[in-house]
Design a protein around this ligand. Structure first.
Ligand code: ZN
Ligand code: ZN
Length: 643
């Protein structure tokens, strides 16, 4: 018998050679039908592979990222089987899972695939899927494998085999298709219920343009038809909500060749949104006991050597400039500057925690091929702060940071979020991770406890922490269900020591503080990019650049419009008058396109009784009211969101 330890810590006994599928069946048949793979001692395995000694086991379903990629990798094999049936003689290079599906690089031997062929490939895949063929794992000697692919005349797989060591070569077979593959795979093809070929592209063999060009066929697949339909609808909606398209239409930001790639210019509407976000952040941080600081955009080489940015992070920094014989770098992070301010403040334990906040502008060298609208840029303004505290204060400070996140999620209507909690790996202490086993354990336990206590959904990812402490990446989903990584929090118990940061404790001894790096609103660039998609450009009234357009129905009422505008200013409402000599119908249509939340229509009746006729974006006529009532209504609406 062997002992199988499940994620809840319970231990069950099974016969030697039992599989994860056997374990699933012992729990429930329903679960077994959904098991795609399993994590055995931390490694992803076939659910049908015999386990021969004691092990920890996590069953993986569609709800796990590793479950999804196993389904997609298996779908790449299924697509290969379909392609081999449709295009005899086809040769295969590699076929991995990717973010939302899979691809396979293929050599069609002079034939071509075009989008008209996609349906044919999908139909063939579904036909083969319905056969519910098992994915069978076979261990091979290198000689046998070489013989197989030599007979098949497959130079690509022979090339892969060349780089593999004898003794750990495996084949996977399903239906009529056999592939050289490390696996793992799902139990059988019948679990793939919906498939879609997404696109084709050229791809040079091994990414080298001197090599032959192969065809890369992209696809995706799901366990339910409805999931595929939802995914395709989401892509369609995302196209309409693309932040680059909306950012142009709503005049939020632009790029200019003379300024340079990845360096966004914020237009007045974009700057207005930024002002609102910074006001929210500053008010929130003031109430939470933060102090604001300001730091220059560059510093001497030596500081980045102390921080470790040089040489480890040099590739991501702008090249240095030389002045007075000294090298200066644009800052890629605000931390080192804040550490210097902390050192100057020279606090005692009574002054801790010290919380230093700055909307700091950082510069990062992203490859030009990586630049993408506001999502990947070279200049970024970060909602940054560093909290310096004692070990005893850490849990409370970390909890307060989480509360701030939750407050923001509510304000922005972010309903789905998860914190990815990356921890260290004890075997790699002193190599990948700073050698402080007790501090690692203590801070990780505290972080985990806070996440549990605050009821925040989180996933724990071992062996992905930062060098100097555990890390929390905050993933959010926009209103249409697309995932964004917004911000990263880090616990840092190594760098403060490198900077010689200390405080005097109650016994008058010098101690090193722990530092929490946090940026709940991420960068303006990524966050506004996210919000554009999230709101489809319909910003809520507190955040929208122009809250009200005043539309006089003819020039006769322009004077009354000016009076209304000055009264609205009194209520801190951002408004403007459309004084164009246009028909009111056209003015309304133009304003609708700008997604302005409120329009006030002014004519004879309104001028006579000091009122405004209100139209709401997307909802139409809201009737007439006094200017005061309207001003109060907007103020209440904003208060309802911001508190
Ligand atoms: Zn494979
Ligand atoms: Zn930092």
């Amino acid at each position: 018998m062997i002992n199988i330890t499940l994620p809840d810590g319970s231990v069950k006994q099974f016969a030697k050679g039992s599989t994860a599928m056997d374990v699933a069946k012992s729990i429930s048949e329903g679960l077994a039908r959904n098991v795609l793979a399993a994590k055995v001692n931390g490694e992803v395995w076939d659910a049908t592979r015999p386990i021969n000694s004691d092990a920890t086991l996590t069953l993986l379903t569609w709800n796990d990222k590793d479950g999804q990629s196993t389904l997609w990798h298996s779908s790449a094999h299924l697509m290969a089987e379909a392609l081999e049936a449709l295009y005899p003689g086809i040769k295969f290079w590699v076929g991995p899972p990717v973010e939302h599906g899979f691809y396979y690089d293929v050599d069609l031997g002079g034939k071509t695939i075009s989008p008209e062929d996609f349906k044919k490939i999908e139909d063939k895949m579904l036909e083969l899927a319905r056969q519910s063929n098992p994915y069978i794992r076979k261990e091979m000697s290198k000689a046998e494998a070489v013989k197989y692919f030599t007979e098949k005349n497959d130079e690509y797989k022979l090339d892969i085999l060349n780089g593999l060591e004898d003794g750990n070569i495996t084949f996977y077979e399903q239906g009529k298709f056999t592939d050289l593959c490390r696996g793992p795979h799902i139990p059988h093809t019948g679990m793939i219920k919906a498939v879609k070929i997404m696109s084709i592209a050229g791809a040079y063999w091994k990414g080298d343009e001197k090599n032959k060009q192969l065809t890369r066929v992209y696809g995706t697949s799901f366990m339910k038809q409805k999931d595929l339909t939802d995914y395709l609808n989401m892509l369609e909606e995302a196209k309409k909500r693309d932040h680059r398209k909306l950012g142009k239409e709503l005049e939020i930001f632009t790029f200019d060749d003379d300024v340079g790639p990845g360096l966004p210019l914020w237009l007045p509407n974009g700057a207005a949104i930024i002002e609102c976000l910074e006001k929210l952040a500053k008010d929130t941080e003031l109430r939470a006991g933060y102090q604001r600081v300001r730091t220059p955009h560059l510093a001497k080489e030596n500081m980045y050597k102390t921080s470790g940015h040089l040489p480890y992070y040099e590739d991501s920094m702008f090249p240095p400039m030389v002045m007075d014989g000294e090298k200066y770098y644009l800052k890629a992070m605000n931390c080192p500057h804040h550490h210097k301010i902390y050192a100057t403040l020279n606090p005692s334990y009574r002054d801790l925690p010290v919380r230093l906040a700055e909307y700091g502008t950082c510069y990062r060298y992203e490859q030009s091929g990586e630049l993408f609208g506001l999502m990947r840029v070279r200049a970024l303004q970060m909602n940054d702060a560093h909290i310096y505290c004692t070990e005893d204060q850490f849990a409370q400070e970390f909890r307060a940071v989480n509360d701030m996140y939750l407050k923001y999620f509510k304000i922005f209507g972010i309903e789905k979020y998860v914190m990815r909690f990356s921890t260290h790996s004890p075997e790699k202490l002193g190599k990948k991770y700073v050698n402080e086993p007790a501090l690692w354990k203590k801070t990780e336990d505290m972080v985990r406890q806070v996440l549990i206590d605050s009821n925040i959904p989180y996933v724990e990812v071992p062996d992905e922490g930062a060098f100097y402490g555990p890390k929390i990446d905050v993933q959010v989903w926009s209103a249409i269900g697309r995932e964004f990584t917004l911000a990263t929090n880090q616990v840092d118990f190594a760098v403060p020591a490198r900077f010689g940061l200390t405080f005097r404790n109650a016994n008058n001894e010098l101690e090193t503080p722990i530092c929490i790096h946090r940026a709940p609103l991420g960068t303006h660039e990524r966050f506004i990019g996210f919000l554009l998609e999230h709101y489809a450009g319909n910003f809520p009234v507190w955040l929208t650049p122009k809250q009200v357009y005043i539309l006089p129905i003819s020039e006769k009422y322009n004077d009354y419009a000016k009076k209304v505008l000055s009264l609205l200013n009194f209520y801190d409402i951002r408004a403007l008058i459309d004084e164009r000599n246009e028909k009111i119908g056209k003015k309304i249509r133009d304003t609708e396109l700008k997604k302005v939340p409120y329009m006030l229509i002014l004519g004879e009746k309104e001028a006579a009784d000091n009122s405004v006729s209100v139209r709401m974006h997307g909802e139409g006529d809201k009737g007439s009211m006094s200017i005061e009532a309207f001003g109060k209504m907007i103020q209440d609406e904003i208060k309802g969101i911001l508190g």
